[in-house]
Design a protein around this ligand. Structure first.
Ligand code: SAH
Length: 223
């Protein structure tokens, strides 16, 4: 029996809208487009459209779709944004972001950089992104992302998909004035924080609720 993934994807999007976590047309369009079945391990493909995290390599997980939706909405992604993700994992979340930032053929000036600490996962994500058609849009870097991206550019939006004990200072530095950072902060259970950098560089921090992520590793990660 062949599985109709497009139909399962539509069902998931309906549930996420009903939950109130998909709130805008652009996030909805991205969820309807990105094939999550290409970002999970083959043995989990039948569960690709369950709203749950799933194991990937190196003991890590692909985040639950509702969490990706909450984070995408909180970042208020726009076509042409410069986005940094810390924690590439499967590549699914950055594919959703690529769809919003670069999905429109006219919006070719956005930048997507994602940092992964495990080379094996960077390779997994690269293959998944290529299969799904996002290979050319996303720059994957193997590094300790708790130190920020190893590049001199700064970003409009920063997405952290692993739990940090505190907000790494390097990420605040790499955020443009007017920019937004979404990050789970805490050890066992975390608080999802939205940080908005004011035009003068001042920080406004808001809590978006509880969440559970795998721990951030590295210099500013969980020891
Ligand atoms: N965004 C991912 C989910 C990632 S799970 C997805 O869509 O599938 C968290 C990821 O963060 C894991 O892949 C983990 O290896 C990575 N990670 C943990 N600490 C890191 C660090 N200091 N720098 C970069 N990546 C890190």
């Amino acid at each position: 029996m062949t599985v109709d993934y497009a139909e399962l994807r539509e069902g998931l999007v309906e549930r996420l809208e009903w939950l109130g976590v998909i709130r805008t047309e652009k996030v909805k369009k991205a969820f309807l487009k990105v094939p999550r079945e290409l970002f999970v391990l083959p043995s989990y493909r039948s569960e690709a459209y369950e709203d749950t995290p799933l194991p990937i390599l190196e003991g890590q997980t692909i985040s639950a779709p509702h969490m990706c939706a909450i984070m995408c909405e909180a970042l208020a992604l726009n076509p042409g944004d410069r986005l940094l993700e810390i924690g590439t994992g499967s590549g699914y979340h950055i594919a959703l972001c690529a769809e919003i930032i670069q999905g429109d053929k006219d919006a070719s000036n956005g930048i997507l950089v994602t940092v992964e600490i495990y080379p094996k996962l960077a390779k997994f994500a690269r293959e998944n992104l290529e299969k799904a058609g996002y290979g050319a849009l996303v720059n994957i870097v193997v590094a300790d992302g708790s130190l920020g991206a190893p590049t001199r550019i700064s970003f409009d939006k920063i997405l952290v998909t692993a739990a940090a004990p505190e907000i790494p200072p390097s990420l605040i530095e790499q955020l443009n004035p007017g920019g937004r950072l979404v990050i789970p902060v805490g050890r066992f259970y975390q608080d999802l924080k939205l940080v908005v950098k004011g035009a003068g560089g001042e920080m406004h921090i808001k809590s978006l609720g509880g969440c559970v992520f795998v721990p951030l590793k590295g210099e500013y990660g969980v020891k």
